[in-house]
Design a protein around this ligand. Structure first.
Ligand code: IVH
Length: 680
């Protein structure tokens, strides 16, 4: 067999194994065997650049290229569905169809997935374009991002697929990926996504396919369009599409009576809670395409389909009080304290009230009976007041706090923002503790062993009052605290010591200047090269940097104008933190991985496995072949096998992506994304 033939054979095989693993949940080979085949293909492709194929299984991870989205017109407009919340209207739909068709018919019942709709175009069995719904007539071309979704086949399995067709479905973020993403965002004090739908659409619109790949989206396809479809039945076509490699729901059901339809609805109303992705209703479709054509379309929706939407579960309960929480940035969030009530399987005692405008809009009074809802959101919210149950002895109207509940400072509201802030950033306890948490977090100084509780304990004991105090900590003082062993005290101090070699851009991110996130810190470090230059920069000099706007510039100037910030920075300088960029940081080696045992798994883009082994050692870490409780983290590349993944999960060992790892050792060239202008 020639090398070219072997490449083609390997691509076909790996596409098949990918499908068995990601779509059918039925892997037939071990991850080691899979890795071996993938490596063989990578090596062969490297030797034969002339056989490059963007649909090769080796191309899944997406490139670093960032481009704006172009738009494409849909071949067939992307319509919506008539919605109803009432079973009676479902019965009316059934009757109407029955009257219009006047012949036997089947209704295909399926789940209504709550993500964002996508149209995929396949030519000659290959994915050529993926377009969002957009305005229904034209949408954004997001092919590069969609290519990173494992369950979207890049090349179809063998089958009788039409040479050209379109398939539509939903892009979703599974609950597990959603929770992981939000946990990370919480650590970084980035705004949380309210639900998986927002997270999926925010992700699909990123200009960075690698980040999209990391966030692990999924897909379900539910609508096949084209001139020569295999069957007259929608259900049958979808089953065929499943054989071609698409992820099609296993929960579609053909019904012939309204009772069967209603049973399906009732079953899934509760059972949907056990699904890995969010759903918000049931879609009913006349199954025969011939009958669909006979029924036709209205202006915006087909006559042959209807969506039944599940009621977001809500409960009536009493509002007892409102408390106010202060975050790291000083933002004050109002929280409703409620009589405990059962909602979607959990007991709810608190709900968010978002901000002062929402409280005013609801005209909330203490003692009111209020409706709490969870819907697709993780945090319950109050959606309405039951005015009928208000008595003459109505409680006081809820007033937003005037002063910080933690330190008593008068709250302020920045122009154009809904939130109130405590401006006492220097000595307000939750702000101090929050800043320390941010400072030690992985993407900042990456100091292990200092969780929320430990920081609180150190703070209470008077050991730390600001981030610079960390560098004065002594193991002897730490191990005097309750629950602190000698070993963990030494580890904490060692972790703090090691953080002195963290590159300047991460120090800049770590000190927590408002609006200076990871990306902005990188941009500033590159433009100004040192803390000193930044301390002296004017708003004009700052905004002269391409990506830095007036708001960020003003915050930086305000930060450095404050004598206390200058003093803090000068102490950090004294303690030996990096205050300027070092050329080619990362390649020279460091101690960032000191004391860490790392397992490498999967396939990588930037370096070979051997190079990663070398890099781990160069940065003070130890490489190990198998996952155990001693593993600090798994450097997880593409196609990490399920067995390893499971083992890591069961032992609570973290997975770190290739890009995160490169960032940690400060090797990766900075990618400028348009993160700053994203709509979330
Ligand atoms: S069929 C002509 N089936 O719901 C209508 N849509 O309001 C073709 N959706 O934009 C759509 N699950 O994003 C269909 N099983 C399903 C669906 C589904 C979710 C979404 C879709 C559409 C919206 C309709």
């Amino acid at each position: 067999m020639s090398e070219k033939e072997r490449i083609l054979e390997l691509r076909e095989l790996l596409h098949k194994y990918n499908n068995l693993y990601y779509v059918q949940n039925a892997p037939v080979i071990s991850d080691m065997e899979f890795d071996k085949l993938m490596h063989e293909l990578i090596d062969l492709e490297e030797r034969h650049p002339e056989l490059y194929d963007q649909n090769s299984p080796t191309q899944r991870v997406g490139s670093d290229l960032s481009r704006g989205f172009e738009q494409a017109e849909h071949r067939y407009p992307m319509l919506s569905l008539d919605n109803t919340y009432s079973e009676q209207e479902v019965q009316d739909f059934f009757q109407r169809v029955s009257g219009l068709l006047n012949e036997p018919f089947e209704i295909c019942c399926e789940l209504k997935y709550d993500g964002l709709s996508i149209s995929l175009i396949y030519e000659e069995g290959k994915l050529v374009q993926a377009v969002t719904r957009g305005d229904g007539v034209k949408g954004d071309i997001v092919t590069d991002n969609v290519r990173t979704i494992r369950s979207v086949p890049l090349v179809l399995q063998k089958g009788d697929w039409p040479r050209s067709f379109e398939i539509r479905g939903e892009v979703l973020m599974p609950w597990t990926s959603f929770e992981k993403l939000n946990t990370e965002r919480e650590e970084q004090e980035e705004p949380l996504f309210a639900n998986p739908r927002n997270a999926a659409s925010g992700t699909l619109k990123l200009q960075n396919p690698q980040e999209v790949a990391r966030r692990q989206l999924d897909s379900y396809l539910y609508y096949l369009l084209g001139e020569q479809l295999p069957c007259d039945g929608h259900y049958e076509n979808m089953m065929e599409a499943q054989r071609w490699g698409f992820k099609v729901s296993d929960h579609m059901k053909k019904c012939t009576t309204i009772d069967e339809v209603l049973d399906y609805i009732n079953y899934w109303d509760t059972e949907r809670r056990n699904l890995p992705v969010a759903t918000d209703g049931i879609v009913l479709k006349v199954n025969s395409l011939r009958q669909q054509r006979n029924l036709g379309f209205k202006a915006k929706s087909p006559r042959w389909a209807i969506a039944y939407k599940f009621q977001a579960e809500r409960q009536l309960t009493r509002l007892n009080s409102v408390s106010f929480q202060v975050g790291r940035t000083g933002a004050v969030t109002p929280v409703a304290n409620l009589d405990p009530v059962q909602l979607s399987g959990t007991i709810v005692k608190r709900a968010t009230l978002h901000n002062a405008d929402i409280i005013k809009g609801l005209d909330l009074h203490i003692g009111d009976m209020v409706y709490v809802e969870k819907g697709g959101e993780i945090i319950p919210k109050i959606t309405a007041v039951d005015l009928d149950s208000r008595s003459l002895l109505m409680g006081d109207p809820v007033q937003f706090a005037q002063v910080c509940p933690e330190c008593g400072t008068k709250l302020i509201r920045y122009e154009g923002e809904a939130a109130f802030y405590c401006p006492n950033s220097i000595s307000c306890p939750p702000q101090i503790k929050g800043r320390i948490e941010h400072f030690v977090s992985r993407k900042a100084m990456n100091i292990d062993g200092l969780g929320t509780e430990t920081i609180d304990q150190f703070y209470q004991a008077g050991l730390i009052r600001d981030i610079a105090d960390l560098y004065t900590l002594k193991a002897i003082d730490i191990c005097r605290l309750e629950g602190m062993g000698e070993k963990s005290a030494v580890n904490i101090v060692r972790g703090i010591e090691n953080s002195r070699s963290v590159p300047f851009e991460r120090v800049l991110f770590a000190i927590g200047i408002r609006f200076v996130g990871e990306t902005v810190a990188k941009i500033l470090a590159r433009a100004f090269k040192s803390m000193e230059a930044l301390e002296n920069a004017t708003v004009e000099e700052l905004t002269a940097v391409n990506e830095i706007g007036g708001k960020i510039a003003q915050c930086i100037v305000t930060f450095f104008r404050d004598e206390r910030s200058r003093e803090l920075v000068s102490r950090l300088r004294e303690y030996g933190l990096r205050m300027e960029v070092t050329e080619q940081a990362g390649m020279n080696g460091s101690d960032v991985l000191a004391g860490k045992t790392i397992v490498i798994s999967g396939v990588f883009n930037h370096h070979s496995r051997d190079e990663y082994k070398e890099l781990i050692e160069r940065h003070g870490g130890k490489n190990s072949g198998s996952i155990s409780a001693k593993t600090s983290f798994v450097l997880a590349g593409d196609n990490m096998g399920p067995a390893k993944r499971e083992k890591a999960q069961s032992l609570g060992v973290k997975l770190m992506s290739e890009s995160e790892f490169l960032e940690l050792i400060n090797e990766k060239p900075t990618i400028i994304t348009n993160e700053l202008s994203l709509p979330f």
